[in-house]
Design a protein around this ligand. Structure first.
Ligand code: GDP
Ligand code: MG
Length: 611
């Protein structure tokens, strides 16, 4: 299969528009997987992916497709006809949090199928994904899916594609991945419209490392795209990034599981096994080449940028080892999470983790609990702030507790990450959404009707304002009808202050946050109120304060009261008395102590989950 009969493509779509189902159908059509193989969404391998209907890690699958036989309409005179094609379907994660992964998968493609739900139309992630493909100069084939639905309006979707993306409505395919309607047109369009890969077989080998995963039996498996030349089993290869060399012990394609082929040609996508010890050796975006030749590295990928940080602590302070082990195993397959150890006065030993975005963080927590059974407390997510001082020094703060006012150092500027948010909504909700964005310090950039009833809004928003509950608010405000996505837009100066939470004068490090000065009182009040409800009375007064510098912005006092468990005991039942005392002791263990004040474990859960 030389490059002229190879096609590399991805399917991109807003969540739930049918990307995985369409991928399944194409794999079935080509006999790559059996029909009704029992597990829908073949490419979504992780449990959390199935549950959330999103793809977390990009997967590839190779299909063989006979253009002539499968497509009765293809004329015999066509130069493409009568040939068997090698089609590589490279799955992309469904959310722009993962734009790092999306752009990796697109790097090996020449075209995409842009799937849009015929009833829901273009949504926020459709827009974001379109631009990723467009900027990568890929051929875009619009696929209007779910045309079997009663409320399908394919013509309206065509109008949106034209007005937003300038895509010719005549080029759109109409499909139902459910009933099978229109599916026979998809692969012929892939063969006809998507160009073949450009590389040269005669050139020295260059391949792009797309991804890697760890297999218990075979070790590190690298997914690669051969850009130039040819790779055979037994070849000696080297990395331009690490200068390490390896022997290729196995090479093949994903058809749909690891299928050895002994070689990979220019334009092909497959896997290699090289005896790498850990996935950290496999630098995504690295160029691999034959050991004896030197090559110009291929343009790599932008390294993952961590936009959201949270502390992750064992729910039971003593479980640090177990959590540590779980995190290590998980990051072995997800190099996009950054992990550093940290210690909190209130929560003990734990980790500060950096994520690409909100969904990435949620998925990580969910996997941690599901796949490794680790119970965790995570602190309120924060974003990386940059502070500059009069002496010219600059720090990036990933943990608000770390920001201390050092004597002799005066802050000259504070900057916070901002994003461009795209919201697509039915027009009746526009008013509410504009209010929401204003409250979150947003600046409107765009307000456009994309058809007669739907509006696309663009806002510049501080990332800090959307990391906690923006998405939930947006969904509940619009009964789930609005969609939302965002992209990184750099940094902007802001009037930021550290908000400390104090219990009887002791600050609770895990509850410190960095906020806009105009909102210090609002946030301070919120936390103080919550704390008042969850802290039990002590034998002394407990002052709960939210403090900025030396200024108290909110305060509550919990008056003293002796909690007497024995009051309920009538008479002299000694064993019952002892039991109760033991129970009280146990309860104490589950407390986190801040100075002289006990904070129940639950308090952290409730506070940090922002409920
Ligand atoms: P993804 O998030 O884009 O991967 O979407 P999925 O493939 O997981 O599909 C989301 C939901 O839509 C699933 O419940 C599918 O069964 C359903 N679905 C997919 N394609 C069609 C279709 O053509 N018609 C109908 N009625 N439902 C579909
Ligand atoms: Mg899916």
């Amino acid at each position: 299969y030389p490059p002229d009969v190879t096609r590399n493509f991805s399917i991109i779509a807003h969540i739930d528009h049918g990307k995985s189902t369409l991928a399944d159908r194409l794999l079935e059509l080509t006999g790559t997987i059996k029909k009704g193989h029992g597990q829908p969404q073949y490419l979504d391998k992780l449990q959390v992916e199935r549950e959330r209907g999103i793809t977390v890690k990009a997967q590839t699958a190779t299909m063989f497709y006979n253009y002539m036989r499968e497509n009765a309409e293809a004329s015999c005179a066509s130069p493409l006809a009568g040939r068997s094609y090698l089609l590589n379907l490279i799955d992309t994660p469904g959310h722009v949090d993962f734009s790092y992964e999306v752009s990796r998968s697109l790097a090996a493609c020449q075209g995409v199928l842009l799937v849009v739900d015929a009833a829901q139309g273009v949504q926020a992630q459709t827009v974001a994904n379109f631009y990723l493909a467009f900027e990568a100069d890929l051929t875009i084939i619009p696929v209007i899916n779910k045309i079997d639905q009663a409320n399908a309006e394919p013509d309206r979707v065509k109008e949106q594609l034209k007005s937003l993306f300038d895509l010719d409505p005549k080029g759109a395919l109409l499909t139902s991945a459910k009933t099978g309607e229109g599916l026979s047109k998809v692969l012929p369009a892939v063969v006809e419209r998507i160009p073949s890969p450009k590389g040269l077989i005669a050139s020295p080998l260059r391949m792009l490392l797309l991804d890697s995963h760890y297999d218990e039996y075979r070790g590190v498996i690298c997914h690669v795209a051969v850009v130039d030349g040819m790779l055979r089993k037994g070849d000696k290869i080297a990395s331009t990034a690490t200068r390490q060399s390896y022997e290729v012990m196995d090479v093949g394609i994903m058809h749909p599981e690891l299928t050895p082929t002994g070689l990979l040609l220019t334009g092909q996508v497959g896997y290699i096994v090289t005896g790498m010890r850990s996935t950290h050796e496999a630098r995504v975006g690295d160029t691999l080449h034959h050991g004896q030749t030197s090559v110009t590295p291929l343009p790599g990928f932008k390294p993952a940028k961590h936009m959201v940080f949270a502390g992750v602590y064992p729910a039971d302070g003593s479980d640090f080892e177990a959590l540590s082990h779980a995190i290590e195993r998980l990051t072995c397959n997800d190099a996009s999470v950054s992990v550093t150890k940290e210690t909190s006065g209130a929560l003990g030993m734990g980790f500060r983790c950096g994520f690409l975005g909100l969904l990435h963080m949620d998925v990580f927590h969910q996997r941690l609990e599901q796949e490794y059974g680790a119970q965790v407390i995570s602190t309120t997510p924060t974003v990386p702030y940059i502070f500059e001082y009069t002496d010219g020094s600059k720090i990036t703060v990933q943990n608000p507790a770390m920001l201390s006012s050092q004597p002799g150092k005066r802050q000259t500027s504070a900057r916070e990450p901002i994003v461009i948010a795209t919201i697509v909504t039915p027009s009746e909700y526009v008013g509410g959404l504009i209010t929401l964005c204003c409250e979150r310090r947003g600046v409107q950039l765009e307000y456009n009707f994309i058809d007669s009833q739907r509006v696309l809004l663009k806002y510049k928003l501080p990332l800090r304002e959307i990391v906690v509950d923006f998405y939930d608010e947006l969904k509940s405000m619009t009964s789930g009808y609005a969609s939302f996505d965002y992209e990184d837009a750099g940094y902007q100066e802001a009037d930021l202050v550290k908000l400390d939470i104090m219990l009887n004068g002791q600050s609770v490090d895990a509850l410190a946050s960095i906020v806009h000065s105009s909102k210090a009182q609002y946030f301070g009040r919120k936390v103080v109120d919550k704390l008042r409800k969850v802290i039990e009375r002590h034998m002394f007064d407990v002052a709960i304060q939210a403090v900025v510098g030396t200024r108290v912005v909110a305060r509550e006092t919990l008056s003293a009261m002796r909690k007497n468990v024995l009051a309920k005991c009538y008479g002299g039942d000694v064993s019952r008395k002892r039991k109760l005392l033991e129970k009280q002791k146990e309860g104490k263990k589950r407390m986190k102590r801040v100075g002289s004040v006990d904070l129940p474990q639950e308090a952290f859960h409730q506070l940090l989950q922002n409920k």
